[in-house]
Design a binder for this molecule. Structure first.
Ligand code: AMP
Ligand code: ZN
Length: 467
């Protein structure tokens, strides 16, 4: 039975449905109206969803076997053909894939298609400067766009909205990922990219922006900028924000909602899994629906690697189910969360993740940018003047994160011209910026003046409030 109504601004592809499009067993949602992009998939019964997952897992294994990396990896566990996967449980025999694996396969060891079929690549930062690369075919980009369109419509946003995308366009996936999804929905997209706050405000006011996408810290920063203006109000057209790319608390969400008088929805994604569009909150904000036709979800204990029970916090492990050019099997995201039990009132069958609680590795997220302490150390140690002891400190300055690196340098430097020290500070800051894309402030200290820890050195001090 399909009793949905398309309510798009333009005719053509019927795109928004108000969710009375359910197979049997969906009576719980029939009484309410939820906006839906792809009802056939979003309300798929679990049994049918699992059949689809199994078929897609086999396809994914077939693609993976085309890469030198997985041919070797899968042969080690006796997996030579996609048919060797008899059920979804067989996934557990497949070894995990890590960020290190991606790094070691740089640049094309994980490419499963001919280069002529690749139309784009994205990279994200790696632990020691070597990025991880994800290649996409046109079909991969279309599938990604479809997922993002689902997320956008699930929040109640539609082609009537003006969407200002305040995240970085380029190798980072937040810009282009949301961009194409929003265009697919038919929104009017303003590709503002990140930064330049006064221009962001001007664009919002001139074009009546109604939906924005930004990191939560940037939105809070934007709000202070708005308050500094003479008009002292946030743009009245604004009604929704998609917030993600960095850990944040429920309190931060509420603060954004209250300050701007809008609804804010949590968006989770990572470049290894395309970027945004992996999991998103719907209108009900009861957790982030993870698109299970596109990603096979596991939550494991990061130490023992055993599967976690529902509601038990562990590391999210994801397998791509639709990606041709860079299939990834059991990718350890290092993000910590848990599965939310029960059903969402929206009626979608795709399970929900609780907001991300943190990471199981030492990666820091500074204003939405991933930073590994080892990258900073590497950049720091390239300066011959630098001693052995250093400290990386992250704190809040207003709404934004501030990265500071304190390092000991040779004593002789303090006896000479002050300009030598300021030049060195600038050189180190630039070198770190080139490595991690965030420019830190640098403090230079005399040898022996930074605290020395007994036992394992404590190199990172994260002073931001717990979220
Ligand atoms: P990137 O690969 O640069 O897109 O960074 C992805 C990482 O950002 C994820 O693995 C998470 O650690 C973090 N992240 C993305 N979205 C969220 C979110 N909504 N909440 C918390 N952390 C997030
Ligand atoms: Zn829902």
């Amino acid at each position: 039975m399909n009793s949905s109504t398309a309510v798009g601004r333009r005719s053509g592809r019927s795109c928004y449905h108000f969710g009375t499009v359910f197979d049997k067993g969906e009576a719980r949602a029939n009484s309410m109206k939820v906006p839906v992009w792809n009802p056939a998939v979003e309300f798929l019964e679990r049994e049918a969803l699992e059949r689809l997952q199994l078929a897609n897992l086999r396809k994914t294994v077939a693609w993976a076997l085309k890469t030198p990396f997985y041919r070797r990896r899968l042969a080690e566990v006796g997996l030579h053909r996609p048919e060797d996967i008899a059920s979804l449980r067989d996934l557990r025999d497949i070894p995990y894939t890590t960020k290190e694996d991606l790094r070691e396969s740089y640049p094309r060891g994980l490419l499963a298609v001919d280069l002529e079929q690749v139309v784009r690549l994205h990279t994200s930062s790696g632990t020691t400067g070597m990025p991880t690369v994800i290649h996409h075919t046109q079909a991969d980009l279309d599938a990604w766009t479809e997922l993002v369109a689902r997320c956008i419509v699930a929040t109640g946003a539609s082609r009537r909205d003006v969407f200002q995308n305040m995240t970085n366009y380029g190798l980072f996936t937040g810009g282009l990922g949301l961009h194409y999804g929003a265009e697919r929905v038919g929104m009017l997209v303003i590709p503002a990219s990140s930064g330049n706050t006064s221009r962001q405000v001007q664009l919002m006011r001139h074009f009546q922006t109604s939906v924005v996408h930004a990191t939560p810290s940037y939105l809070l920063h934007l709000h202070s900028a708005l308050m500094d203006e003479d008009t002292d109000t946030s743009p009245p057209s604004l009604r929704k924000a998609f917030i993600g790319a960095e850990p944040h608390s429920e309190e931060t969400r509420r603060k954004i909602e209250t300050l701007f008088e809008i609804e804010a929805y949590n968006s989770y994604g990572l470049s290894e899994m395309n970027g945004p569009g992996v999991a998103f909150e719907c209108l009900y904000k009861t957790g982030l629906h993870l698109w299970e036709d596109a990603y096979l979800l596991e939550v494991i204990d990061p130490d023992s690697l055993r599967p976690c029970a529902e509601e038990e916090t562990g590391e999210i492990v994801l397998t791509t189910l639709q990606r041709q050019a860079t299939p990834l099997l059991r990718y350890r995201t290092r993000d910590l969360s848990h599965l939310v039990g029960g059903h969402c009132p929206c009626g979608r069958s795709h399970r929900r993740l609780a907001r991300i609680k943190g990471r199981s590795d030492d990666m820091l997220i500074v204003n939405g940018v991933n930073v590994f302490p080892s990258q900073i150390e590497e950049a720091l140690m390239k300066a011959p003047e630098v001693g052995t002891n250093y400290l990386i400190q992250v704190e809040k300055r207003g709404a934004l994160d501030r990265l500071a690196v304190k390092t000991e340098v040779h004593a002789a430097l303090f006896a000479g011209d002050a300009r030598v020290l300021s030049d060195l500070r600038e050189r180190i800051a630039e070198r770190i910026r080139a490595a991690v894309l965030v420019k830190p402030s640098i403090e230079l200290h005399e040898p022996g003046s930074l605290p020395v820890s007994e036992g394992k050195a404590r190199r990172v001090l994260d002073l931001r409030p717990a979220f």
